[in-house]
Design a protein around this ligand. Sequence first.
Ligand code: ZN
Ligand code: ZN
Length: 355
Amino acid sequence: MRQALEAAELDALLILGAENRFYLSGFTGSAAVLYVDAEAAVLLTDGRYASQAVEECPHWQLEVSSRVFPEGVAELVRKRGIKRLGAESQVLTWSQWEALRQVLPEVQLLPCRDLVEKLRLYKEPHEIQIIKQALALTEMGWQVLLSELRAGITEREWALKLEFYLRERGADGVAFPFIVASGSRSALPHGIASNKQVEPGDLVVIDVGIKLGHYCSDFTRTVVVEKVAPWQQRLYQAVLEAQQAAIAMVKPGVPAREVDRAARRVIAAHGYAPEIFPHSTGHGVGLAVHEAPHLSEKEEMLLQPGMVVTVEPGAYLPGQGGVRIEDMLLVTEAGAERLNLSPREELLLVGRRKP
Ligand code: ZN
Ligand code: ZN
């Protein structure tokens, strides 16, 4: 972090973003400011979190105050003689900026982007381990609950069953509201589980992720209920091949946008219009479920060992249905390792009545 401060020509940085705060300090409470300069690393919080901070953040100097922001921060910044102070431009609100400016008129306040996020790009072994655990639990729940996905159940009922199962077995929470989108709703890339009943012949896009030990999982499969139509098979095949082409591009030194292009080329080669694939091919996952690098048309960042990304092309025919397949990959020295294990070579038929 200090090397990054020096490179950005900052005397000090304030960190308020919850994930960044946890990443650097281990603090899990909801209210604290981290302050870092060339020598000091201070965690400012209020009395509610004092003993928690002592426990969670043994490497940080603790400042407890009833008025952390902006007064406590201003006092520290003045005491340290800081001239150029950075703060996270994507986290602080306009009114927080204004408040800082008012209490520190003599200090140059500089908006900073992605300073901590750049460190978070490269996952360490313990982070990869916990992400794998989160994925393994997610996939186990999906596997077990799949037998209950059949005509007559509502999307919401099934999503709740899955969430209950996962939380009972250790998930700290969901990484995002589960997407269970059936029939024509499966053409909505973000069709959060609704009260719609699942019907025979429905494609169902299931996109689920949990939080475990502060890290996220993100996983999607598409299934079909009771019977499958040729157009559904064709759509699935196109997305599957797009995903395979994209996965083949995931290796060190490849610009992230090339992974996206590889997926789009395949969808187009299958004769579908570009509009049916309206989202990027993937994204980084870590403490946040969506973080850098983004596998999108514009992302020039090169993939590097230690990055964890999803590869999740989709194709959506409005009014009919959609398909998405999502796996998580770790970029390694040699290429990439898939972090989850569920098969996806076939469009899975669910809910068939027993003869
Ligand atoms: Zn997802
Ligand atoms: Zn995703």
